[in-house]
Ligand binder design. Structure first.
Ligand code: FUL
Length: 494
């Protein structure tokens, strides 16, 4: 029966067919209002890479024979008898890291001198040959026990080995792959595998032709969760310097094809800034030491809290993860001065970022995906604390404006912005305006990329309103956070 043939009845009850039709119409109209999220743009992170980036700050620990010989690079001839920390306690390392708010620890399980901090079956230059714990010790096991349930653990394992007799021959690639297998098999889950691209001579004066494909696939076969660091990833990339500074422009994408870690890597400028529209998601990791050297030296001391805060702004604040090296001393403990400095840093960061001055702002936007009444992508998603809610706009809109209005005059000197990176990195340039005393919009600062997190250092500004104007985006922007903060300690501006 067609609709036109349904007899019209003058009764108060509706026919079941009309009820069904009405329901179908309501459902269709609801579906029209439900707007799909933007399609992912370009190279996007894996779930592990998003989780990794959200860790923000991890601790690097350089520890080994160099800790006892006052060197930065051992030559592999150091006697195992030198390695004998008097009070090693990995639980203390974990406590220091947790107090500083770090989410992971990466230990140099093997540095260039080849000494293994675990009793490796692939080497005769290990803790098993040392007097420490009568040759029965295993630092990876102790660290694993200390980390479990508290903090994530990762490893640095140097392919360059100045001790191993097979180094410089084809056989060494298999030895090194077996070493990786052993570590990931026995001490996992490991969140990050750190590969140093250094490639120098071994004990026989020969260089190694590294089989990176074998190394990466060995790690990922046993531990698909691992984020692999090297100059060119695949999980994350070197930031191109050891000063603690990511590029002001910092793309998490890189055209890595044709490159290898070490001599074959892209130039340091490209590593520092990444590639706009790069073909792979390989975000920058900023590794830097709290002291001058990577290993502990009695005469060196930690950087000031001001210097560390500056590093934080230039790494985490520029779309990079900060891997801060804190070297255990020759007792096998992190020194009191380093630990104290990290506590100070944490206090400063909590003071600054513990109070978001934008949290009660009235937020509006020039465009909201699906229409201005669409709650899913509404402008005020940028001030909630839900990571997965974000403001977005219609697909065709790539230069929208977000406006924040404050009930009272608000004073800040730090602006924090975050893009919702599971959908890719999109914003290429933007500027910020504020409402001046004459009630006019005036430019406060301009910048390029945002990415996972961007912190803009601006002069102390008091205002009733702020505008984020996106000037260029590669696809419709997805912004999940805007925050305003005041930093009284460092008044540095970009
Ligand atoms: C470099 C190494 O040569 C240094 O000794 C240190 O381990 C640093 C993190 O990476 O390439």
């Amino acid at each position: 029966m067609s609709i036109s043939t349904i007899p019209f009845r003058k009764t108060k009850s509706y026919s079941p067919l009309i009820a069904v039709l009405l329901l179908a119409m309501i459902q269709t109209s609801c579906r029209n209002n439900a707007v799909n999220p933007p399609e992912p743009y370009g190279a996007c992170p894996t779930e592990q890479q998003v989780e990794w980036q959200r860790m923000e700050m991890n601790m690097f620990c350089h520890f080994g024979p160099n800790t006892f010989t006052d060197k930065e690079w051992g030559d592999g001839t150091e006697a195992e008898s030198l390695f004998n920390p008097s009070a090693l306690d990995c639980r203390q390392w974990v406590d220091v890291a947790l107090n500083a708010g770090m989410k992971g620890i990466i230990l140099t399980a093997k540095h260039h001198d080849g000494f293994c901090l675990w009793p490796s079956s692939q080497s005769s230059h290990t803790v098993a040959q040392s007097p420490w714990r009568d040759g029965q010790g295993d630092i990876l096991k102790e660290l694993q026990d200390a980390c479990t349930g508290k903090i994530k653990m990762g490893v640095y394992i140097s392919p360059w080995d100045r001790n191993h007799p097979a180094y410089g021959t084809d056989a060494y690639n298999t030895v090194f792959a077996s070493t990786l297998y052993e570590v990931h098999r026995n001490y996992g889950p490991l969140f990050e595998q750190w590969f140093d691209g250094a490639n120098g001579e071994g004990p026989k004066g020969k260089r190694q032709d590294y089989d990176w494909q074998l190394f990466n696939s060995t790690v990922l076969t046993i531990n698909p969760q691992a984020v692999i660091f090297s100059d060119v990833g695949p999980g994350c990339r070197w930031v191109g310097n050891e000063d603690g500074s990511a590029g002001e422009t910092c793309w998490s994408t890189l055209n890595a094809d044709g490159h290898t870690p070490g001599a074959g890597s892209p130039g340091t400028d490209r590593l520092n800034e990444g590639d706009k529209r790069g073909t792979y998601w390989i975000p920058a990791e900023t590794d830097v030491s709290i002291r001058k050297g990577w290993f502990w030296h009695a005469e060196e001391h930690p950087k000031s809290v001001e210097e560390l805060l500056d590093i934080y702004y230039k790494s985490v604040g520029r779309n990079s993860l900060l891997l801060l090296n804190v070297p255990p001393d020759n007792r096998g403990l992190i020194s009191a001065e380093d630990s104290l400095r990290l506590t100070e840093l944490r206090k400063v960061l909590d003071n600054i970022f513990g109070n978001d001055l934008a949290k009660d702002a009235k937020v509006s936007a020039s465009n909201v995906r699906g229409g201005k009444h669409n709650r899913t992508f509404s402008a005020d998603n940028v001030i909630d604390t839900n990571y997965d809610s974000y403001w977005s706009v219609d697909d065709s809109v790539t230069s929208p404006t977000l406006t924040l209005k404050f009930k009272h005059s608000t004073t800040f000197n730090r602006i924090l912005l975050q893009e919702y990176i599971p959908l890719g990195q999109r914003v290429a340039t933007f500027h910020v305006e504020y409402l001046n005393d004459d009630g006019k919009w005036e430019t406060l600062t301009q910048a390029t990329t945002i990415g996972y997190k961007r912190i803009l250092l601006v002069p102390k500004t008091t205002t009733r309103g702020l505008k984020i104007v996106i000037d260029e985006a590669l696809a419709c922007p997805t912004i999940n956070r805007v925050g305003l903060f005041i930093d009284h300690l460092s008044t540095t501006e970009n």
